[in-house]
Design a protein around this ligand. Structure first.
Ligand code: ZN
Length: 336
């Protein structure tokens, strides 16, 4: 958005339409810079789409934004979380302890939430062995503290497992499961007001990571692409993303993302034609970020995301019959 006068991360509340406000909250140590929480006025209280990260600075930003709207934490009627990632979910868990505010989350997040609560750190790392990552890798190697993660998670009050209408006082939100970014990701559509709270499913400036969560699903990209196409079947709406500014059209961005993945699938398939046999080898031959950076110039955490992303593309190519796969000694290998 070249004509924006302010960065989207500027503290809110920012009005989107009457009764809906975008509140960017800071995130500790994260390249995404901020996460948008959406505050929906609902009768004498508010409903929040996502919560922000369990972090003192984020909590104060949210308190200040709510106060500017004449509310406090006690006025939050419920949290509707788009998915289980810490920046969307964990401040809700913390505020629930103080205020009893109920939290709704997609049912397919359950295995990953439970793995996190059990402190199953082997699973928090995705599948480095299957992906062909050489050597041992630990969460602390890539800058994530697993015991901290476990401490800030808990189960939600309500699991959503199918498309359903959520009636608020003055509007109806249609909760639509959109697996891919995570297994239980949900978007919330206010079709009457033409608003789509898209979480991380559709982001305006970056392509969401695919399937990065404790319990990996090999079908993550296949599911993600289907979840993108699903949005083209709904009427076009304003895009209210979790990271980045509000934009005019969900459909425009969905088509760009579908094109992006078509290109990445073609490039990933080519790495196998050129001799890459594992996700790690394939990722090493691809370029990364909008700036086409070489794999080995990325930090360890981003290398890890890149290999997981590549694995998701390879698995999809197997699903569509474009590549063959064998799994030996826990390592997935690919061939044309
Ligand atoms: Zn996320």
């Amino acid at each position: 958005m070249p004509f924006d006068t302010q960065p989207w991360t500027e503290p809110g509340p920012h009005p989107v339409v009457p009764g809906v406000h975008r509140v960017p909250l800071p995130m500790p140590n994260d390249g995404l810079r901020a996460v948008n929480v959406y505050v929906i006025e609902d009768g004498d209280g508010v409903v929040l789409i996502d919560s922000g990260w369990h972090d003192a600075d984020a909590k104060e930003h949210l308190r200040t934004a709510l106060a500017a709207l004449g509310h406090d934490f006690g006025d939050v009627r419920r949290f509707l979380a788009t998915h289980m990632h810490a920046d969307h979910y964990t401040l809700a868990v913390a505020l629930r302890e103080e205020y009893g505010t109920p939290i709704t989350l997609g049912a397919a997040e359950r295995p990953s939430i439970e793995a996190t609560l059990q402190g199953d750190t082997s699973r928090e790392l995705g599948e480095p062995r299957r992906w062909g990552i050489p050597g041992e890798i630990s969460m602390s190697d890539i800058g994530v503290n697993p015991s901290h993660s476990r401490d800030v998670y808990d189960l939600p009050d309500e699991w959503l497992d199918h498309e359903t209408d959520i009636a608020l006082t003055s509007r109806t939100l249609r909760a639509v499961p959109t697996p891919g970014h995570t297994a239980g990701h949900i978007v919330f559509a206010d079709e009457a007001a033409s608003l789509l709270f898209s979480g991380d499913h559709v982001l305006p400036h970056i392509t969401p990571s695919i399937g990065f969560q404790p319990v990996v699903r090999h079908s993550a990209l296949t599911e993600y692409l289907a979840s993108l196409r699903l949005l083209l079947e709904l009427s076009d709406m304003m895009l209210l993303p979790a990271h980045g500014p509000v934009t005019d059209s969900v459909h425009v961005r969905v088509k760009e993302l579908l094109d992006h993945h078509d290109e990445r699938l073609a490039a990933t398939r080519q790495t196998v034609a050129d001799g890459a046999t594992t996700a790690y080898e394939s990722a090493s031959r691809l370029t990364w970020t909008g700036k086409h950076r070489a794999f080995d110039t990325l930090g360890l955490f981003n290398q890890f995301l890149a290999v997981g992303e590549t694995a998701a593309h390879l698995e999809h190519l197997v699903t569509t019959g474009a590549l063959a796969q064998t799994v030996t000694d826990g390592i997935a290998r690919y061939a044309p």
